[in-house]
Write a protein that binds this ligand. Structure first.
Ligand code: ADP
Length: 253
C-alpha cells in the first residue's frame, strides 16, 4: 500500500508584492516519481526549494515523512537528497574526491566508486567535473543527491539541454533510483518526459495547480471530454528516427 510521504497544504510564496505560488496543495506517495510540470515562471523551482528547506515560504503547511517543515527542518534535511549546485564544485578535485568531500560533509562513509557505478560514471572517477559532457554532469549531480542515502530526492529540470540519448539514459537512471525505494520529485517543462517518466504529475501554471493525476488519467479525461488531435498522428516521430538510427547505447553523452 502506498503511504503519503509529503503533504503540502495551501502553500504560498510572495517575492515582494508578487505572489509566485498562490496557495497550492498536493500529496506525494512514497515510492513514486512525482512531477511538477509547467511553463517557465510557473513556480516549480520555488515550490521545490521550499520543500527542500532552501527557501522560506510565506505561508502554508508542509510535512515531509511526518516532520513539520517549520518545526523540524533538520530532521527533513537528513532524509532528503538535494542536487548540489555545480558552481560550488571545487575545480581542482576529481569526481571521486568530490564525492569523498561531500560524504564528509554529510558524515557518511561511502565508497565513491560504488556511487559512481550507480550513475554509470565509474570510468570518469579521475576526471574533473568541467571535463564531463552535459549528460555526464547531470548524472554526477544526481549521484550527489544520493550521498546521504535519502528517502526522497529532488531534481530540478535535470534533463534541460540534453540530447535525446542523454535524456533517455537519465530517465532510466531516475527509474532505477525509484525502483530501489527512493521517492523522486522532479520538475520539468517537457511534457513528453513527464508522460513517460512520472507516475503522477501536478500541472502548475502561474502559481496554481490546475490539474493533478497520472499522465494516463489526464490524457483519458481530455479524450473523454471530446478532444481530438487536429491531424492524423504518425506512429513515430523524428526523435524515434534519430534514436533508431543512432541507438540508445550509453555513449559519451
Ligand atoms: P519555474 O521554476 O516554474 O520556472 P520559479 O519558481 O523559478 O518558476 O519562478 C516563479 C516566479 O517567481 C517567476 O515569475 C520568477 O521570476 C519569480 N521569482 C523566482 N525567484 C525570485 C526571486 N528570488 N525574487 C523575485 N522573484 C522571483
Amino acid at each position: 500500500m502506498s503511504r503519503t510521504i509529503i503533504q503540502v497544504k495551501d502553500l504560498r510564496k510572495k517575492y515582494g508584492e508578487f505572489e509566485a505560488v498562490k496557495g497550492i496543495s498536493f500529496e506525494v506517495q512514497e515510492g513514486e516519481i512525482f512531477g511538477l510540470l509547467g511553463p517557465n515562471g510557473a513556480g516549480k523551482s520555488t515550490t521545490l526549494e521550499i520543500m527542500e528547506t532552501l527557501r522560506q515560504k510565506t505561508s502554508g503547511e508542509i510535512r515531509v515523512d511526518g516532520f513539520d517543515l517549520d518545526k523540524s527542518p533538520n530532521e527533513i534535511k537528513k532524509i532528503i537528497g538535494v542536487q548540489l549546485q555545480t558552481s560550488g564544485y571545487y575545480p581542482s578535485l576529481n569526481l571521486s574526491e568530490l564525492i569523498d568531500l561531500f560524504a564528509g560533509l554529510y558524515n557518511e562513509d561511502i565508497d565513491p566508486l560504488e556511487l559512481l557505478d550507480k550513475v554509470n560514471l565509474r570510468d570518469k572517477a579521475k576526471a574533473k567535473f568541467k571535463e564531463l559532457s552535459g549528460g555526464q554532469k547531470q548524472r554526477f549531480s544526481i549521484a550527489t543527491t544520493l550521498i546521504n542515502q535519502p528517502r526522497i530526492i529532488f531534481l530540478d529540470e535535470p534533463t534541460t539541454g540534453l540530447d535525446p540519448q542523454a535524456r533517455r539514459n537519465l530517465w532510466d537512471l531516475i527509474r532505477n533510483i525509484r525502483n530501489q525505494g527512493t521517492t523522486v520529485i522532479i520538475t520539468t517543462h517537457y511534457m513528453d518526459e513527464a508522460e513517460v517518466l512520472c507516475d503522477r504529475v501536478a500541472i502548475i501554471d502561474s502559481g496554481k495547480i490546475i490539474a493533478i493525476n497520472t499522465p494516463d488519467r489526464l490524457i483519458d479525461e481530455l479524450v473523454e471530454a471530446g478532444f481530438e488531435k487536429p491531424k492524423e498522428v504518425k506512429q513515430a516521430n523524428l526523435e524515434d528516427v534519430f534514436i533508431h538510427l543512432t541507438g540508445r547505447a550509453l555513449r559519451d553523452d
